[in-house]
Design a protein around this ligand. Structure first.
Ligand code: URA
Ligand code: SF4
Length: 285
């Protein structure tokens, strides 16, 4: 069979250095829906054989905060939604305690299908499932990843011990898909049911999230503004054109809160204050 000459690729959009940061809300929603559709029919590991429903995760496509649990339990498996059982109610309460709603963040798990009898997920299951979490992170580009429990902790702070790092944050390896994020470690909300003292630890640790988000934001590059028209060569001074009508952005549907959804604010880059040693200063003298 003759090989057909391929069409010129003029209709292929140019590759941009970091496409995901320029996604619109609708692009992000569509990418997340696509990942969820793949997860629902996935057979990459044995957990597909015992699940009722896969649980891809849910939340606001523009959020800067992603919460990552371990894996679905019985209620999640039956409903196909993350954190809807007892641990989920407690997590929802914790999120509300800092003035946020769970719809404003994104909630997902390391494995998307329930391990039978709620056993721990096995290394090969976590490895098989990791591309989905990675793609979710790549799409959402969060500033803060909140790890819930030890399996999520190992994914985002390898080698860390929860007893030592809970309530603290550190930069995340971009290989996780979260290319410019901090991870904030928390105990799993279900741990509060086994050990009363951990309920208070969780209640205290969640209050550290807004400050951790603000610190994470400060390490991120300025968020790009929508593409601006390229100004033409200046010819001669012209009278100022009349101001165009301001473009009012569409309101987002869920409750407005300035922390998780600050993505669209126009960042004004602040010049860095560089501290120099006397030796460095001497170069300028
Ligand atoms: N525990 C988890 O780790 N994830 C859920 O979705 C529910 C319970
Ligand atoms: Fe696929 Fe992940 Fe479910 Fe395994 S746990 S079947 S890899 S979606």
């Amino acid at each position: 069979m003759a090989i057909e000459q391929s069409e010129p690729r003029s209709n292929v959009p140019p590759v941009t250095p970091s496409p995901a940061v320029q996604l619109t809300t609708e692009d992000r929603r569509a990418a997340l829906d696509e990942i969820a559709a793949e997860v629902r029919v996935c057979t990459r590991c044995r957990l597909s054989q015992t699940r009722t429903n896969a649980v891809p995760g849910e939340g606001h496509p523009d959020t800067e905060v992603v919460l990552v649990g371990e894996g679905p339990g019985q209620h999640e498996d039956l409903q196909g939604r993350p954190f809807v059982g007892a641990a989920g109610s407690f997590l929802t309460q914790l999120v509300r305690s800092i003035g946020w709603q769970r719809e404003e963040v994104f909630i997902t798990n390391v494995v998307k299908c329930r391990p039978p009898g709620n056993r721990d997920p096995l290394p090969d299951e976590m490895a098989a499932c990791s591309p989905y979490l990675q793609r979710q992170m790549d799409t959402l580009d969060p500033a803060l990843v909140v790890t819930l429990g030890r399996f999520s902790l190992q994914a985002f702070m390898p080698g860390a011990r929860i007893g030592a790092v809970h309530g603290t944050a550190q930069p995340v390896d971009p290989g996780t898909g979260a290319r410019n994020a901090h991870a904030y470690a928390m105990y799993h909300p279900a741990a509060a049911f086994r050990q009363q003292a951990l309920r208070e630890t969780l209640q205290l640790d969640i209050t550290g999230i807004p400050a951790a988000l603000q610190a994470a934001r400060r390490t991120r590059p300025p968020q790009p503004l929508p593409p601006q028209p390229v100004p033409s060569e200046p010819v001669a001074p012209e009278p100022e054109p009349p101001m165009p009508d301001p473009v009012i952005p569409e309101p987002v549907e869920s409750a407005v809160h300035d922390l998780p959804r600050d993505r669209d604010r126009a960042y004004t880059p602040v010049p860095a204050v560089v501290e120099m040693s006397d030796d460095q200063m001497s170069l300028f003298r």
